[in-house]
Design a binder for this molecule. Structure first.
Ligand SMILES: NC(=O)c1ccc[n+]([C@@H]2O[C@H](COP(=O)([O-])OP(=O)(O)OC[C@H]3O[C@@H](n4cnc5c(N)ncnc54)[C@H](OP(=O)(O)O)[C@@H]3O)[C@@H](O)[C@H]2O)c1
Length: 261
């Protein structure tokens, strides 16, 4: 799929990676529609990029339908959907509230599934389209302190892989971008800074360009750090060794026990 001339809806474009993706798509000649939850920020970004914008909270099913209606009103089609919006959460699992769990699942997993269901009929009718998912290395490696976040991204990966198989021969392509650590407000928003020295945070513009080349290449997935592809391979092939290594050198968050504060 060539982005030039395509109509592309980018969710979470008011955030760091989404804004960079929207700019990179515009640079590649796409007619971008940016999505944001905050109307003023979405409108400001659209003015900067000279593109259209739509608004809505992705945790709310009627609002997902409204986002797709608003987007279709501009060009009567969506050729590329980038499911980028997402939130993180960092704490021992036994300190998580039900509200935090619900937010993660609704934003990171249910919303991209429902948005995809809403845009697919048009793509299938035209025999062309591309659905891209912004996943995370956490979904491939399973990170302590990010148990539910990891689960939402692993679920997204499985959904994308199954959808790609179902879409074979229809002209609709499905891709997954697997970022490691990106320089955005993600860690500030989740309330826990990134403290590890590796993998090194990568500028959002770099990762956005990776998504452009992924979509234009027709490949199914791309890791932001190619070296990290080894971790999920080891985890799948040799789980005992992977767990021993992750327990020794990985993230140190552990369950607390006792009553939640
Ligand atoms: N940054 C990283 O290191 C990293 C690593 C791996 C994967 N990722 C993934 O990359 C994607 C983009 O994250 P980012 O780094 O750009 O973080 P970010 O700067 O915090 O941006 C997140 C975006 O998602 C939007 N969003 C969150 N909840 C929403 C909701 N309920 N409804 C509508 N929009 C909502 C935010 O809108 P508001 O501003 O209105 O909240 C914002 O536009 C996420 O899927 C994340 O999981 C990030």
């Amino acid at each position: 799929m060539q982005l030039s001339g395509s109509v592309a809806l980018v969710t979470g474009a008011t955030g760091g990676l989404g804004a960079a993706i929207a700019a990179a798509f515009a640079g590649a000649g796409a007619r971008v529609i940016v999505h944001g939850r905050d109307p003023r920020r979405a409108a400001r970004l659209a003015a900067q990029l000279d593109c259209d914008h739509v608004t809505g909270d992705l945790r709310d099913e009627p609002s997902i339908g409204s986002i797709v209606l608003q987007a279709n009103a501009f060009h009567d089609r969506i050729d590329v959907l980038v499911n980028n919006a997402g939130i993180g959460h960092h704490s021992p699992f036994d300190r998580m509230t039900q509200a935090a769990i619900d937010d993660l699942v609704a934003t990171n997993l249910t919303a991209p599934v429902l948005l995809t269901r809403a845009v697919l009929p048009g793509m299938l009718q035209r025999g062309a389209g591309h659905v891209a998912f912004v996943s995370s290395i956490a979904g491939r490696t399973a990170v302590p302190g990010e148990a539910v976040y990891s689960a939402t991204k692993a679920g997204l990966d499985a959904f994308a892989d199954a959808l790609r198989l179902e879409a074979a021969g229809t002209g609709v392509e499905v891709s997954t971008l697997v970022p490691a650590v990106v320089e955005t407000g993600f860690f500030a928003t989740r309330g826990a800074p990134y403290t590890r020295s590796r993998p090194k945070p990568r500028p959002a513009n770099d990762v956005a360009r990776q998504l452009v080349s992924l979509i234009e290449s027709g490949r199914p997935e791309r890791f932001s750090e190619r070296g990290l592809r080894v971790a999920p391979v080891l985890r799948a092939a040799w789980p005992a060794a992977y767990n021993a290594m992750a327990g020794r050198w990985g993230e140190r968050t552990r369950l607390r026990g006792g009553d939640p504060e």
